[in-house]
Design a protein around this ligand. Structure first.
Ligand code: 3AT
Ligand code: MN
Ligand code: MN
Length: 519
């Protein structure tokens, strides 16, 4: 038997690497993320590094000054030191242009948080002209000093560890830093320890990063990115994505995004998501364990942090937010499984009462259309009819539509660029349809090819594109979808087509406008 390298607490689901299509999609995905403004410029990232340098200088001289004031020896003053670590999205390498920088200052045992950090360092910062919006939050679950340094948002935490001298190369992933410190300090150190672990536990850091960027962007747009409101925040999304990376160790981001939705639509919560097994109490700090702690049993969506002491990072999730997120995962999954190309069959009738029979007739012949298409393309083009339909009888004429996913037969090499002309097939189908015994003027069908992005919103109710508030009833002026009659023409025909276009415009929601719903 072949030994399989394990990533995380179980075997991986698949070791498959990318196909050529996956690689192409990955390039497109990356382009999309760049165009969406998710990456900062070189200048901006250099600025962040400079700011980090400044803050490091500030805390080092603060500790030195305190060492002197507290009466330590000259040698102690000489060796006095503090170090800055980063965590959060900046540390993970997934921060955007506007992200904050989460930083932790680790200082010696004799420099405390209550006075030295929140009063003395606070006053030093308050004096500096680079520092604005200084806001100490000493009573928080994780005490933090918030400010902007040269316009960049900083969250600065402080941890005093049980060493007299903090070495520059201090390794905080080692459990020994947790000796003789209080729980608040443990929590302050933990952001960094968690980030360290995540980066160690994923099989490929670059693939993890791009996938996480993509899913954070998606979650923000779907309005489910927020810890305080009971959804998920940066660290939670990072852990979910990291677990998917472990389950598909050779997959690239274009694959990982769809695997993400596949995994989490099937996940049976409250089974916990974990990147590694939970370490037993070595130092006696409370660890997430529903078998021991009664209150941990009520967690609905446990996403466990990978550094000792392991905690559930998503205790804020409640029944309703879990439901909303599950719905969003479902829609995400549906979209990822969606075809790129569709055939849209619009069925209209001038009289609403006639639509039902007319639709019934067309529907009964649709199977013929799929058969004809597969026959005429030597089964190289495959059809997937969707049984659901859309009906709209609220207009001057009645309208409904069916959709069929189209895909090239998979596993046939050398055919990638092949085009299919199915106009003849569609015409034949229309001929057949027009044989309807009870045909009346005003009954018609239109068959058109649409791309996935042109699909009307009703194909993915509530989830794919959100209906916008109806403040501006005329906001659908732009053309979004071509519903072209194939063979017949005539002025009555054109008129009805125009009306149909108007209807289609009304039910469509332009994808570019989706940007307007992002918070
Ligand atoms: P942004 O890009 O800033 O939105 P982020 O991952 O940096 O994403 P935050 O700045 O909100 O997120 O949080 C910074 C870190 O604080 C991430 C994590 O180490 C810690 N943290 C925040 N919320 C939690 C939580 N619920 N459980 C454990 N750690 C948390
Ligand atoms: Mn952050
Ligand atoms: Mn932050």
């Amino acid at each position: 038997s072949q030994p399989q390298k394990r990533h995380g607490i179980t075997k991986s689901i698949s070791l498959a690497g990318p196909s050529e299509t996956d690689i192409e999609r990955n390039t497109e995905l990356e382009k999309f993320l760049i165009e969406s403004g998710l990456y900062e410029s070189k200048e901006e990232s250099e600025k962040r590094e400079k700011v980090l340098g400044h803050i490091t200088e500030i805390v080092k001289s603060w500790v030195k000054q305190l060492t002197r004031q507290k009466g330590y020896t000259d040698q102690m003053v000489e060796e006095a030191n503090a170090v800055i670590f980063t965590f959060g999205s900046y540390r993970l390498g997934v921060h955007g242009p506007g992200s904050d920088m989460d930083t932790l200052c680790v200082g010696p045992s004799y420099v405390n948080r209550e006075e030295d950090f929140f009063i003395i360092l606070h006053d030093i910062l308050a004096e500096m002209e680079e520092v604005t919006e200084l806001q100490p939050v000493p009573d928080a679950h994780v005490p933090v000093m918030k400010f902007k340094f040269q316009g960049i948002s900083i969250d600065l935490l402080y941890a005093s560890i049980s060493l007299l001298v903090v070495p520059d190369d201090l390794d905080i992933s080692h459990g020994s830093v947790l000796h003789n410190i209080d729980e608040q300090t443990v929590r302050s150190l933990n952001g960094c320890r968690v980030a360290d672990q995540i980066l160690k536990l994923v099989p490929n850091v670059e693939n993890f990063r791009m996938t996480l960027r993509c899913l954070k962007f998606w979650a923000k747009r779907r309005c489910i990115y927020s810890n305080v409101t009971g959804f998920l925040g940066g660290v939670n999304w990072a852990l979910l994505v990291a677990r998917v990376c472990q389950l598909y160790p050779n997959a690239i981001p274009s694959m990982l995004v769809s695997r993400f939705f596949r995994v989490y639509t099937q996940w049976r919560w409250p089974n916990p998501v974990m990147l590694c097994s939970i370490e037993e109490d070595e130092l006696g700090f409370p660890v997430w364990d529903p078998r021991k702690n009664h209150r941990d049993r009520f967690h609905l969506m446990p996403i466990i942090t990978p550094a000792y002491p392991c905690m559930n990072s998503s205790y804020n999730v409640c029944k309703s937010t879990l439901r909303v997120m599950m719905e969003q995962f479902q829609y995400g999954n549906k979209i990822c499984e969606a075809y790129k190309n569709y055939l849209q069959v619009d069925i209209i009738s001038a009289d609403a009462a006639d639509l039902l029979v007319w639709k019934g007739w067309v529907e009964s012949r649709l199977r013929q259309l799929t058969l004809k298409i597969e026959r005429d393309t030597n089964e190289m083009l495959q059809c997937h009819p969707y049984p659901s339909e859309y009906v709209d009888t609220s207009k001057q004429f009645a309208h409904c539509a069916f959709f069929m996913g189209l895909q090239r037969k998979v596993g046939v090499s050398g055919q990638e660029g092949q085009q299919f002309d199915i106009r003849g097939t569609v015409d034949e189908f229309r001929q057949e349809i027009s044989m309807y015994m009870y045909w009346k003027p005003g009954m018609d069908i239109f068959v058109s090819h649409v791309r996935r992005r042109q699909l009307p919103g009703f194909v993915f109710p509530d989830g794919y594109r959100r209906p916008r508030p109806s403040r501006h009833p005329n906001h659908h002026n732009g053309k979004t979808c071509e519903v072209a009659p194939r063979s017949r023409s005539g002025s009555a025909e054109r008129q009805i087509k125009r009306k149909l276009d108007e209807t289609v415009d009304k039910i469509l929601d332009k994808p570019e406008k989706r940007a307007s719903i992002s918070p």
